[in-house]
Write a protein that binds this ligand. Structure first.
Ligand SMILES: [Zn+2]
Length: 139
């Protein structure tokens, strides 16, 4: 973690701590917060009944939606083309690199689609290069 990022994180922690103390110690805001989250107690209801039947019941849905959104984001980041700004699926590994590229950006995939003969020729050349690499004398 860079020093600049660490300072931003420290500033964020300080701001959140100050905000938590202000909320905890500022009574008009406490009432507003407890009223809008449903934690105020009305006599016939038990403590926190309004919270769990109101605002608190949405926490499960928020967790589910956040989890699904993060899963979709992670899946897209893993599966898409590694070219910056490209949202196509990266089906084609670029040989000798850790990158996966889409058909549009990969140098060996024809943009108009490959015929069966072109695919077989490409496979034959790859096998020949592999065999030549195995039999070549090591330096
Ligand atoms: Zn691409």
């Amino acid at each position: 973690m860079s020093l600049r990022r660490m300072w931003w994180l420290l500033a964020l922690v300080i701001v959140l701590t100050v905000a938590a103390f202000v909320i905890a110690d500022f009574s008009p805001l406490q009432h507003w917060l407890s009223f809008h989250t449903g934690t105020t107690t009305v006599k016939p209801n038990p403590v926190f009944y309004n919270f769990w039947s109101g605002f608190g019941s949405d926490l499960g849905e928020a967790t589910l939606i956040t989890t699904v959104a993060l899963g979709v984001y992670t899946g897209v980041r893993k599966a898409n083309c590694h070219t910056k700004g490209c949202w196509r699926i990266g089906h084609h590994p670029l040989e000798g690199t850790p990158y996966h590229l889409c058909a549009h950006h990969h140098p060996d995939v024809p943009s108009g689609g490959a015929t069966h003969e072109q695919i077989l020729e490409h496979g034959r050349r790859a096998r020949a290069a592999r065999v030549a690499g195995q039999t070549a004398p090591s330096p």
